[in-house]
Design a protein around this ligand. Structure first.
Ligand code: NAD
Length: 445
């Protein structure tokens, strides 16, 4: 570790420039463009995941004490298809691209964009998150072993290393993380007119009306909150909106199912992730401790600073001007907002920045139509949570404050390609009408 730290400290602007130069040369040699190279690299990553599954799960467990099964279903299954180009539109790689990743799904959110970049034929540098150090160093080691390092590299590190990388002229940057750092990335990219994809976060609501299967709804809300990294997920359910009349039923059902899933004492459950670090623990604790919020807890509320654990916690009708209703929660706290009629939920959602995901539980077809028409969000899911990310035919990305650009499946290939418009003409049929002199006769045509 000491040697690794030393190596990380040495990564500065000079090193970033030389890395960029090396990859640029290799990219210019056109090696990354061949179908064989791209397929062999992706195949190698697939082998890596298969062969090193246990190490990957162990690293993520070290970083987040994430239940291994949750990691397996959410991070260790990747698939990718490449797509042909047409005679008229040529998909060409952009060049040398940068992927800056985050810690909550530290494996998936690093490799998924890297695979897209390789599929499209780019050289790529991955900067994993320093907040998940075990996964970061495993990714650095595994990619060194499994892929062609002349065009695919990992740079580990934090702000200093990322800043050094950001000074370079990249052909595209895909950043996953907070809107605050997203602004830093975009400003750095603007200096070089580098396009960016920003995969950010936000307050993703789940609206629950009364025409539902209550047990299925409850379980899927739990899956989209506490089973998703204990709420530390960009598309995790941030808050619920339901009617005043229905709220007590929903809360009872959540209580029952939570007990079923995580036992009477969820602080001891092995099926819940911990909070990633003391900073985020303190941030979440301060959301709960705010005066107008602390007496609104209707379930949970236990926390253990030493173990960085916070129990699934439900709050009812916290004031709209409280911090918990203004900022992305990114943790196991779930406020329930009540409205008179379910249609009123639209105004609640629209009063906040556009979310990354919006969930709507209902069997009312007319309401569903209105929800789609009224609500702008990165993605919308009816009667479930978070599963849209597994549908590779759907683009994944935010809108407004929740991000720009998208990827997944074919969209990953497109995200890292330029669509070059090519027009083939022959010398035949050269009409004179386009050329001067523009006689009256020609103008009649
Ligand atoms: P963060 O923005 O602090 O860190 C992410 C990356 O940015 C890391 O690699 C880090 O090294 C780098 N970084 C941090 N500070 C920097 C700086 N000053 N200059 C340059 N680089 C810097 O991430 P976070 O806040 O811990 O992540 C949580 C956020 O990420 C939430 O808002 C969440 O919703 C969002 N998120 C989005 C997605 C998505 O796919 N849209 C996925 C996961 C998380």
């Amino acid at each position: 570790m000491a040697a690794e730290e030393k190596q990380m400290q040495k990564f500065d602007v000079e090193k970033a420039a030389s890395l960029m130069k090396e990859l640029r040369n290799n990219y210019n040699s056109r090696k990354t463009k061949s179908y064989e190279w791209r397929m062999s690299q992706i195949q190698s990553i697939a082998n890596m995941i298969e062969e090193k599954e246990e190490e990957i799960i162990e690293a993520i467990h070290k970083d987040l004490s994430k239940p291994p099964f949750e990691t397996f279903i959410s991070e260790a299954k990747t698939s990718l298809t490449t797509y042909p180009s047409s005679a008229e539109i040529i998909s060409e790689p952009l060049g040398v691209v940068l992927v800056i990743s985050t810690w909550n799904y530290p494996f998936l959110l690093s490799l998924d964009p890297v695979i897209g970049a390789i599929a499209a034929g780019n050289a790529v540098v991955l900067k994993p998150s320093e907040i998940a150090p075990a996964t970061s160093s495993l990714l650095a080691k595994l990619l060194e072993d499994y892929v062609d390092n002349s065009a695919v590299r990992v740079v580990e590190g934090a702000v200093a290393e990322t800043s050094a990388l950001l000074e370079q002229k990249w052909d595209k940057i895909l950043y996953t993380g907070s809107p605050r750092v997203g602004r830093i990335v975009m400003a750095a990219a603007a200096k070089h007119l580098t396009p960016v994809i920003l995969e950010l976060g936000g307050k993703s609501p789940a609206v629950v009306d009364s025409t539902i299967n209550l047990q299925v709804t409850t379980r899927r809300i739990i899956a989209g909150k506490w089973m998703a990294n204990n709420g530390q997920a960009c598309i995790g359910v941030d808050y619920i909106i339901t009617t005043k009349d229905f709220a007590p039923k929903l809360i009872d059902s959540l209580r029952n199912e939570l007990k079923e899933f995580f036992g009477k004492n969820p602080m001891e459950s092995k099926d819940l992730s911990r909070i990633v670090n003391p900073f985020h623990f303190a941030r979440l604790a301060s959301l709960l401790d705010e005066d107008k919020v602390s007496d609104k807890i209707v379930y949970g509320g236990q926390r253990d600073e030493k173990q960085l654990k916070i129990a699934p916690t439900i709050l009812l009708d916290v004031p709209d001007d409280s911090t918990i209703m203004k900022e992305e929660i990114f943790g196991p706290l779930l406020p329930i907002v009540t409205v008179e009629k379910i249609e009123d939920s639209f105004d609640v959602i629209k009063s906040k920045p556009k979310p990354l995901a919006a969930y709507f539980f209902s069997d009312d077809e007319q309401m569903k139509k209105e929800f789609v028409q009224n609500i702008s969000a990165g993605g919308i899911v009816f009667n479930d949570t978070i599963v849209h990310t597994t549908v590779s035919s759907l683009p994944f990305g935010g809108v407004g404050e929740s991000g720009m650009g998208s990827y997944h499946g074919k969209f990953s290939f497109d995200a890292f390609s330029h669509k070059k418009a090519v027009l083939y003409r022959s010398f035949n049929g050269d009409s004179t009408t386009r050329y001067p002199p523009y006689t009256a006769e020609k103008q009649k045509l």
